[in-house]
Design a binder for this molecule. Structure first.
Ligand code: PHE
Length: 448
């Protein structure tokens, strides 16, 4: 029987056993706050980006708790009721109304309200860094907890006083763009942007309440601000590559903006960086939809602005050359001792312990198809809960439907491998046995 209560960050929540899918192994991660550790790769990166962006207009919020309401995480941002992100297979729920935030955007509305009510003085923007939670597969780059930094800024709209002059906010945005561009020019790494002038697509339209000029200026300010962050981060990387005499040092950085969709921004984009032969997706962003600003208490057409959400862990892995995302969560001193506040250094592997593969093959139950649907993320969760960070990856290796009976069988290959030590055969077998019996018990599968 599942517990009726869970305690997260010192607060007790009543669970709904039908909905609740947070596990002890996830709850144990809710007080790690890696983004606040100043000598941890995630914390070092957060600090680096904040320093670049922070000026008098941004207020930072780095202590928001991970439990939020469905209202904050989804409804306030205009997620449709049937949006896949809301599903139990993707999101950790405590009960109908509370969940572990899936993104830092869950705090946007609250922060806009703070600006509107002038709680933080004259700040016109904010940066929020926090841990976010998503049920997902298991491999070297996926972990159920990662970190994001949310940024947003707004301008109050004004009317032109006399017909010949531009409204004050237009003048202000032009100045703000100029100041970001000046900073960009000072960066060592030059950014080349391809496709910046892509026309807005029909499915990624401008909002009615903004003029073409406002959309143009706002998005320039947004794009240049993010490019500034990207050039800072990659500049640090390139500098450390020069120091270590690496031989594929790029001289300039290629980035591109692509169209995207988020329910609370329009138009929306993603930025991608060309790095070691592939386009890396770094950050989603867009111009804030008027609905969100209205919910925050602004009058119609009173303000315009932008928001972005940047994933920190993948960038940290790239910067510090960390090959496996589990390392970010280790308490092994051989890892932690390698990093220090404010400095970007390459991780030196201390040893690679061998992995052991085990397959689990099973027939899915036929009798109650609705009851016993095993979602892949459920399987991942079972394995994670039993073996924790001793699993390196889980891959589907066979998917077979019997031609006569229509019965379906799946086979997953689990790689058990510890970051810190050698695992014994007996230990791996015991873990594998537990995984198998749990699958039978919870999902009624038949092992093959
Ligand atoms: N929250 C989005 C994500 O997690 C990123 C985003 C933030 C997009 C702000 C637009 C504006 O993917």
């Amino acid at each position: 029987l599942k517990a009726q209560h869970v305690e997260i960050n010192g607060v007790k929540y009543t669970t709904n056993p039908k909905i609740c899918n947070v596990t002890d192994s996830i709850i144990n991660l809710t007080d790690k706050a890696l983004h606040l550790k100043e000598s941890h790769p995630v914390g070092i990166l957060r600090d680096l980006i904040e320093k670049k962006l922070i000026d008098k207009s941004f207020k930072t919020f780095n202590n928001f708790r991970p439990v939020v309401t469905t209202m904050e995480n989804f409804d306030s941002l205009g997620f449709p009721k049937d949006h896949p992100g809301r599903s139990k297979s993707d999101t950790y729920y405590i009960n109908e109304t509370h969940l572990l935030r899936t993104h830092t955007s869950a705090h946007e509305l609250e922060c806009f309200q703070r600006i509107k009510n002038n709680i933080d003085g004259s700040k016109a923007g904010f940066l929020i860094s926090a841990d976010v939670y998503r049920r997902d597969e298991i491999d070297k780059t996926h972990y159920p907890v990662f970190h994001q930094m949310e940024g947003a800024t707004i301008w109050e709209r004004t009317e032109a006083k006399d017909g010949s002059k531009e409204p004050t906010h237009i003048v202000k945005i032009r100045d703000d763009i100029k100041s970001v561009e000046d900073q960009l020019k000072k960066e060592n790494v030059k950014i080349t942007v391809s496709d910046d002038t892509l026309p807005l697509k029909e499915d990624n339209p401008k909002q009615e309440y903004m003029t073409d000029l406002e959309v143009d200026l706002c998005s320039q300010h947004l794009k240049r601000s993010i490019e500034l962050v990207v050039s800072e981060v990659f500049n640090k990387k390139i500098t450390s590559m020069v120091e270590s005499k690496s031989n594929d040092i790029p001289k300039q950085l290629k980035v591109r903006w692509i169209n995207a969709y988020f329910p609370w921004t329009a138009p929306s984009w993603e930025i991608e960086v060309w790095w070691q032969g592939e386009w890396l997706e770094l950050c989603g962003c867009g111009l804030i939809r008027q609905d969100v600003l209205l919910k925050a208490g602004y009058k119609p057409s009173e303000t315009i602005g932008w928001a972005f959400g940047l994933g920190l862990d993948r960038i940290a892995m790239l910067l510090f050359e960390i090959p496996d995302i589990r390392l970010l969560w280790t308490s092994d001193e051989r890892f932690l001792k390698q990093f220090s506040k404010g400095s970007i250094s390459s991780f030196k592997p201390y040893s690679k312990h061998p992995g052991s593969f085990r397959d689990v093959a099973f027939w899915l139950p036929m009798d109650k198809p609705d009851v016993h649907q095993v979602h892949e993320n459920d399987l991942m969760e079972i394995i994670r809960n039993i073996a924790g960070d001793l699993v390196e990856s889980v891959k589907l290796v066979d998917d077979f439907t019997h031609p006569k009976t229509g019965r379906k069988s799946l086979c997953y290959r689990i790689n058990y491998q510890s970051m810190d030590r050698n695992l014994t055969n007996a230990e791996v077998n015991a873990l594998q046995d537990t995984v198998c019996s749990k699958l039978v018990e919870e999902y009624g599968v038949r092992l093959r």
